[in-house]
Design a protein around this ligand. Structure first.
Ligand code: GLY
Length: 356
């Protein structure tokens, strides 16, 4: 089976790529965990679609399976929910050599990973991401967390899974908005790392939006290769990994100011990429032609390229809250060439100039 390895010495792990292959998942997981006791955490959207298939495959491979379904959505990513899951784990008899499987999108992956990282000081963890966003971003790289009321992902850890299993056919069941949200992160990889990927999306956009197997497989696999490389070079985000935040500085501010309701994550990131690319143009890092290509690709794909109803000063304050200020300057990841970004310290007045 096709795979990409996240190279982290003794903690290295594979990302497998499959297509309608859930019958194989039990045997694969068996190779990467220590015992047959496992706890599947999923959500109310994903449970009716895939749980039964996965449970069947796990049982065929000799697993003793417990499961818990959490309500779909970001509001489930709390300490209270983590506590409930930890108690279910304990009551179900999970031991230090047992495992936890996250079956779902980013929320499930983050909270299940947090539970796996903390239960008995850490047990084996497996990711089965079922959204494009989770497949190309959140399931790879070991960031796990829950939210506090005042802030997203404030409590968490870097806790790498033992394996990631990506079945690309599941993307067929996503609604278009979810697919586009993930596509924003794929476009991001094109801008920050691999301009061939950017031009591939430009050329194959219609096939991607029609969810053609070949083009989806290409973008998911290439995105995972890029993320795996970046994580293996800088696991704990001491330097390089921060480039994954292109579009996110303004994107996070938009999400926070609209109460995480108006825009889903990838939509906010798409708008953030447009504004951050404009900032790069204003500061002379990229030319107009490149700025237009980024803007056009986002618009053609159907992602939003602009926000409504947010005051400049509110946006600036939200950006400052999200990112630590250094002497009146704010750090942005800005494009500086095709497939290349730098971390640039930008003056407040330059940020204000680019905002509406
Ligand atoms: N999603 C950004 C990161 O994993 O670092």
């Amino acid at each position: 089976m096709d795979k990409v390895v996240v190279e982290l010495e003794e903690r290295s792990y594979p990302i497998y790529f499959d297509y309608e292959g859930f019958d194989r998942v039990g045997d694969l997981i068996k190779k990467h965990v220590r015992s047959s006791k496992t706890f599947v955490i999923t959500d109310s959207n994903v449970y009716p679609l895939y749980f039964e298939k996965i449970e069947e495959s796990l049982k065929k491979s000799g697993f003793d399976v417990t499961h818990e379904v959490i309500p779909a959505g970001e509001t489930s990513k709390t300490m209270e929910m983590a506590q409930r899951l930890l108690e279910v784990a304990y009551d179900s008899g999970l031991l230090r050599d047992s495992s936890i499987i996250a079956l779902g999108g980013g929320v499930v992956g983050d909270i299940a990973g947090f539970v796996a990282a903390t239960y008995m000081r850490g047990i084996d963890f497996i990711q089965i991401p079922t959204t494009l966003l989770a497949q190309v971003d959140s399931s790879v790289g070991g960031k796990v967390a829950v939210n506090l009321k005042k802030g997203k992902n404030i409590v968490g850890a870097f806790y790498q899974p033992k394996m990631v299993y990506i079945d690309i056919s599941v993307l067929k069941t996503l609604d278009k908005r979810e697919v586009l949200s993930g596509l924003a992160e794929v476009i991001k990889y094109g801008v920050i790392w691999d301009f061939d990927l950017f031009t591939y999306i430009e050329k194959n956009l219609e096939d991607i939006l029609r969810l053609k197997e070949e083009s989806l497989t290409h973008i998911v696999k290439r995105s995972c290769e890029i993320k795996a490389k970046i994580v293996s070079l800088d696991e704990k985000e001491e330097n390089l990994r921060a480039i994954l935040n292109f579009g996110h500085t303004i994107g996070h501010a938009i999400e926070a100011l609209t109460g995480y309701e108006k825009y889903i994550h990838g939509e906010a990131v798409a708008i953030g990429m447009v504004y951050e690319a404009r900032l790069a143009f204003n500061l002379g890092y990229i030319d107009e032609g490149y700025l237009e290509r980024i803007l056009n690709l986002i618009k053609r794909s159907g992602l939003p390229a602009d926000y409504e109803g947010i005051e400049k000063t509110d946006m600036l304050n939200a950006i400052k809250l999200d990112k630590k200020m250094r002497e009146g300057k704010i750090n942005f990841v800005l494009p500086v060439g095709f497939g290349k970004v730098d971390i640039v310290s930008v003056k407040e007045e330059d940020v204000l100039k680019v905002l509406k």
